[in-house]
Every structure is written in structure tokens, then in C-alpha cells.
Design a protein around this ligand. Structure first.
Ligand code: AMP
Length: 418
């Protein structure tokens, strides 16, 4: 019986993994430039961590979390996002005693959402979290990091920026928003009506066409920020301008969770269709405390690797070539043994190479060489073994270069990388 993979959970096959490795390599490179260090936390945590850390009122926890009883003992959950686990580790290991920290992670996340293009039940995020600094320049630095990352990958994205206020200015605003939305309930979609009580800020995020006139007329938090939040927001903008990072202020951009304060940002791409967000971030100055640590401000973002891969593909960015430098084609039994030996020698020297242990027709072996993406093919038979000379055939230009077998490793190592 054939058993299929789980709905909404995808395989990434070798041909596509090259692109993923590139996204992750560039992330590591850029994040290191900004002083972020990698942390690896488990994919499973106590369910309670997310209930408290992400919020019980959120869809992620409320409807979409994979929760299971571990042998009837405790409720565990597959992590739906990376921040809560990272903050837990930060607290559990007392990392705060060392002062401000910048960490990043990458790995699978799980949400039982309705699968559709760009929305999966297992997906992968790359995220950064910076702890211990409340000043706005940190926000701008992190946003610049994301912008740099996209620039290095060679793709564009729109950066939207907002302030969601804090405990000083948001409660009054929420009351005003609720009263406004409550008065126009009849014009809202069922989701909005549901959110109106649980999480009114999220109503602003609704994309349903018929809700837009109501939402466009809603009171704006940006116009009601307290002095602290206003100054913070202005400073983030000043710093982004100084760094040359382009953004647009979007007063309707929200992060749905209570602990988010002040800066909220999102990157979107037209290449993605309806699920247009590729990354989202924000400041969470109360989260560490909520999860039992000392008061520690923080800001973080997560980006979705599946969506980023789609953007790269749409932009025609080919993943880096990963084929071997040379493919040995054996003409006879003597050549086959020599190929085995030469391949071992090249690999010891760090040069990727391949061969077909079945031997067989030269034509078939050449085909195989092309299929695996080899740069060169090299035919070995008794004659080449005797003379110590062979011909290296460039598989794209079809040009042949004579080479002494003894110099093969040196020759290949000296070639510029394609
Ligand atoms: P969030 O944690 O919901 O703010 O999401 C951050 C980023 O993760 C989004 O911008 C997406 O790129 C990605 N993402 C979130 N949920 C999914 C999902 N179900 N499938 C694929 N990517 C997702």
C-alpha cells in the first residue's frame, strides 16, 4: 500500500534544496554581520508556553496548534512559531545576565491551517530576536538587516511600518476602536465580528473586500500615540532614513498579539499572490516578563522560507549549481578501476566528482554526467591509464582540454568557480 505524505506538509526535493541552502547560507552570512548568533530550540514545547507566549486569543494557538498528550502526562505542542521557544531558552539559561543578546533561528513550524498556495501545515521560518535594548535604533538596525538580506538575495519586497502603541496609549484606542466597529457591525464579515471581542486590533488586518470601507474609516492609532510611542516611532524612521532603507507607513498594519508594542513591520511581495506577506516582525517589550523572566525588552521577526523560495523562483533566480566538477566515464574494466581510484583522490582533495559504477556504454555515461550537472567529463580506459594522459571535456562548451592525470586535481582546483 502506498502511503502519501501528510496534507499541507511538503517534501523539498534535492533540486529545490539547493535554493533553500542558499537562502539559509545568505541568512547566516548577513545575520553574522549584525552580530546575531544561532540558537537551536526543540520543535516541541509545553503547550502552555504558546498559550501564554503567543496568546490564547490568537488563531495560531486557539485553532491551529498541534497539541498532544505525551503518554497521558502532559500537554505538548508542535511549535507554531519560533519566538516563544527562543524566549523560553533565553530565560531558562539565564542568558539575560550577559546583557543584550541577538539570536537567530531557522527551522520547521507547524500550524493546522487550511492548506493553500503559500500556506502550509509544516512550513519553515528564519527568524531573529534581539533582547535587552528598548531604543529605537535597534528596531531600525533589525529592519535594515532584513532589507540587506533581501538585497543580497537579489529580490525586492515592500516594507511596511507601523506603531501599535503600548500600555499607555493602546487601551484607550482599543475602546474607541471597539465602539466604532461595534456601531458598524452589520457591515463586517463573520471573522471580524468574532475578532471584535477577542482581538479588536486584528480586525484592521482583514482583507475581505466588503469590510474595507469600514476599516478605512476606523480611528487611527498612529494619530493617538502617547509621547513615548510617538518619539520612538519618529526615531525609528529617522534611523531608517539615515540607513537608506525604504519603507511605507501603514497605519493598518498590526501584529495581533497583546505583547507587541510600538514597532510593527512586514515585508510583502507581489510575486506571492493572496498570501503576500513574506516576513513579519515587531517589538515585544513585555514578552520575556510574561514568560517568567526579568523585564527585558525585545524585538524580532520571522520570514517564511517557502514564500521566499517562491519569490526567488518567480524572479528567475537560479539556485547555485551543485553538480560535481568532473564525471569519470569508463571505457573498459581498467578505466573503471582507475576512475574509482582517481575519484577517491579528488574527493580527498575536496573536489566533487562522480562516476557510474555500472560502467556501460559511453553515450549513456555521458548522459548521466549531464544529468548530474557535471562541469566536465573525463574518459578513462586502458590507453589513458598507460599514457597517463586524458581529455577533459567541458560539458557545456564541448571543448576538450588535454590533461595529465597526475595533474588533474591541481588543474580542477585552479579553475575559477562557475
Ligand atoms: P507569522 O509568524 O504569522 O507572523 O508569519 C511570519 C512569516 O511566516 C509569514 O510572513 C510567512 O512568510 C510565513 N508563514 C506563516 N504562516 C505560514 C504558513 N502556514 N505557511 C507558510 N508560510 C507561513
Amino acid at each position: 500500500m502506498k502511503i502519501a505524505g501528510v496534507k499541507g506538509m511538503n517534501d523539498v526535493l534535492p533540486a529545490d534544496v539547493a535554493r533553500w541552502q542558499e537562502m539559509e547560507r545568505v541568512a547566516r552570512e548577513v545575520f553574522a554581520l549584525y552580530g546575531y548568533r544561532e540558537v537551536r530550540t526543540p520543535a516541541v514545547e509545553h503547550a502552555q508556553l504558546f498559550a501564554r507566549g503567543v496568546g490564547e486569543a490568537t488563531d495560531i494557538v486557539n485553532k491551529e496548534m498541534y497539541v498532544f498528550e505525551d503518554k497521558g502526562e502532559e500537554l505538548l505542542a508542535l511549535r507554531p512559531e519560533g519566538t516563544a521557544g527562543t524566549v523560553r531558552a533565553f530565560i531558562e539559561h539565564g542568558a539575560y545576565v550577559e546583557g543584550p543578546q541577538k539570536w537567530f533561528y531557522m527551522g520547521p513550524m507547524f500550524r493546522r491551517e487550511k492548506p493553500q498556495k503559500g500556506r502550509y501545515r509544516q512550513f519553515h521560518q528564519i527568524g531573529c530576536e534581539a533582547f535587552g535594548i528598548a531604543e529605537p535604533f535597534l528596531d531600525a538596525e533589525q529592519i535594515a538587516l532584513v532589507a540587506d538580506y533581501f538585497a543580497r538575495l537579489g529580490v525586492g519586497a515592500r516594507l511596511k511600518l507601523n506603531s501599535v502603541g503600548d500600555a499607555a496609549c493602546r487601551p484607550a484606542y482599543l475602546a474607541e476602536l471597539k465602539a466604532y466597529l461595534g456601531g458598524r457591525k452589520a457591515e463586517l464579515c463573520p471573522d471580524c465580528i468574532d475578532r471584535l471581542e477577542r482581538n479588536p486590533l486584528r480586525v484592521l488586518d482583514c482583507k475581505v473586500e466588503s469590510c474595507q470601507p469600514v476599516l478605512n474609516g476606523a480611528p487611527r492609532l498612529l494619530e493617538r500615540l502617547c509621547d513615548g510611542c510617538r518619539t520612538h516611532f519618529d526615531q525609528v524612521k529617522v534611523a531608517l532614513d539615515a540607513l537608506g532603507v525604504r519603507y511605507e507607513v501603514d497605519g493598518r498594519l498590526v501584529r495581533g498579539l497583546d505583547y507587541y508594542v510600538r514597532t510593527a513591520y512586514e515585508l510583502t511581495s507581489d510575486a506571492l499572490g493572496s498570501q503576500s506577506a513574506v516576513a513579519g516582525g515587531g517589538r515585544y517589550d513585555r514578552l520575556v516578563e510574561t514568560l517568567g523572566g526579568p523585564p527585558t525588552p525585545g524585538i524580532g521577526f520571522a520570514l517564511g522560507e517557502e514564500r521566499l523560495a517562491m519569490i526567488l523562483e518567480k524572479a528567475g533566480k537560479a539556485p547555485p549549481a551543485q553538480g560535481p566538477a568532473v564525471f569519470f566515464v569508463s571505457a573498459d574494466a581498467e578505466g573503471a578501476l582507475e576512475a574509482l581510484r582517481r575519484a577517491a583522490e579528488l574527493r580527498r582533495g575536496g573536489i566533487a566528482c562522480d562516476l557510474d559504477p555500472r560502467g556501460g556504454k559511453l553515450k549513456a555515461q555521458f548522459k548521466q554526467a549531464e544529468r548530474v550537472g557535471a562541469r566536465y567529463a573525463l574518459v578513462l580506459g586502458g590507453a589513458e591509464v598507460q599514457s597517463g594522459q586524458a581529455k577533459l571535456k567541458d560539458l557545456s562548451s564541448r571543448e576538450e582540454t588535454p590533461v595529465a592525470l597526475a595533474q588533474l586535481a591541481g588543474f580542477l582546483a585552479s579553475l575559477p568557480r562557475p
